[in-house]
Design a protein around this ligand. Structure first.
Ligand code: SF4
Length: 420
């Protein structure tokens, strides 16, 4: 176990195949992640009277998303017979925690087990004035951004809406932030005050599930966060920005990272499909942009790749006229990474140019560096640890058979490794 790690409960069995909302315990239907319309349909198709259905949907949502209840028996404003009916047909399930790391700076990183035995990462980042939950939208990613650790992992599948909103439920459990009895959720101090879709995956390649999950996060009878507290980060799926504005309406962050197509093609290969001009045109049309609702341009600072002062001047020329700020992110180095973090002095000079041009240019402090903060690192480290016992058993067999790889000197190295 890592420093700061707390033992997690054993992972649950994978969900039944073919039904993303099927419960692992049986073929009961999981209510987490359903839109109001879907939940209403499920209830009425099993006998809930039409004239009561909307009320039941609101009640069930409040219990699940505002009170953190996972057993129908605890829904005390529903009649006993109705609770029994719900229990017979449905379940309330969120991902289970496989691994949980807590950084010395308070950042919490969760490796969560989801249906079919896959794992995803979710990160909670506390600050003085807010608490941000970074949520994943896919298992792995197809996009291969060359600075991103998750990009080294293959895409396995899109997350369901249940798995996306379930990440919020799990973090609220862990932070013990469910409202205390008798207090309205609006009057509670929210430990998770903001959600950013910046975890594993490209959210706009999983649009419908992300949209449905975020609708629950925004709904007053759901998790009840303002849409201004939800930020969707995209690598630049330009054609989907209009739908994002219309159907979700949350804030937008762009994984920008370069000021020429030549460099952006290398760092964010989706740029070959929708280049800088196409992307910026789509951003300019995003609804309701204003100085209080700005786009965030994420810009990872990589030594001698995108961090020159020419880049800084080009950047402010490109984004001119877009209400925006620029988040400068010192590159988070991971083992085998092809890049180095920019020098602090260079980052300072770059930030100054952007600031002087009229854009906020905060330099993001690296968080959770002691708990493998780079997106995708915890999942990968855990997979390696799980492989290790098998590899050591294989090594021992080869050594006993006198394999040359395990000569006297090599054997002692293998022995040390095995005894760790
Ligand atoms: S930065 Fe985002 S879109 Fe690019 S590879 Fe990483 S997870 Fe995928």
């Amino acid at each position: 176990m890592m420093q700061g790690e707390i033992a997690a409960p054993a992972p649950s069995r994978p969900n039944a195949k073919g039904n993303p909302n099927a419960s692992p315990r049986s073929l009961k239907v999981n209510l987490v992640g359903m839109t109001r319309t879907e939940l209403r349909r499920e209830l009425t198709s099993r006998g809930t009277p039409e004239d009561k259905a909307n009320m039941r949907v609101a009640q069930i949502w409040q219990w699940i998303y505002q009170k953190g209840v996972r057993e129908f028996q605890a829904m005390t404003n529903l009649a006993k017979d109705y609770r029994k009916f719900l229990h017979e047909h449905f379940s309330i399930e969120a991902p289970s925690v496989s691994r949980r790391l807590v950084s010395s700076d308070g950042t919490r990183k969760y490796l969560l087990r989801i249906g079919s035995g896959h794992e995803i990462e979710t990160v909670y980042i506390p600050d003085a004035d807010r608490g941000t939950l970074c949520v994943s939208s896919q298992v792995g990613c197809t996009l291969n951004c060359s600075f991103c650790y998750t990009g080294t992992q293959p895409l396995v599948r899109n997350l369901t809406a249940a798995e996306i909103v379930g990440q919020i439920l799990v973090a609220r459990d862990d932070l013990d932030e469910w409202p205390k009895p008798g207090r309205h959720p609006k009057n509670e101090t929210r430990l998770i005050s903001n959600i950013v879709l910046m975890g594993m995956g490209e959210p706009l390649y999983n649009f419908e599930n992300v949209r449905d999950a975020m609708k629950i996060a925004m709904d007053n009878e759901g998790i009840s966060l303002s849409k201004r507290r939800i930020t969707l980060s995209t690598s630049g799926v330009a054609p989907m920005l209009a739908r994002t504005g219309d159907e979700i309406g949350c804030r937008l962050a762009i994984s920008f990272h370069a000021t020429t197509d030549e460099v952006r093609d290398r760092l964010v290969p989706i740029n070959r499909k929708w280049n800088i001009k196409t992307l910026l045109d789509a951003i300019r049309n995003y609804p309701d942009l204003s100085n209080s609702d700005r786009v965030t341009f994420e810009y990872v600072m990589i030594k001698d790749v995108n961090d020159s002062l020419e880049d800084a001047y080009r950047l402010v020329n490109l984004i001119r006229g877009i209400p925006s700020k620029v988040n400068l992110i010192p590159f988070n180095e991971w083992p085998g990474a092809p890049y180095e973090r920019s020098d602090p002095e260079q980052i300072r000079k770059f930030a100054h140019v952007v600031y002087k041009a009229g854009y906020a240019s905060p330099v993001r402090t690296p968080r959770g560096e002691d708990i493998m903060a780079a997106c995708g690192q915890l999942k990968s480290d855990t997979a390696k640890q799980r492989r290790s016992p098998l590899q050591f058993a294989e090594s021992r067999k080869l050594a006993q058979a006198g394999h040359p790889k395990f000569s006297a000197s090599n054997r002692s190295a293998a022995g040390k490794a095995a005894s760790r």
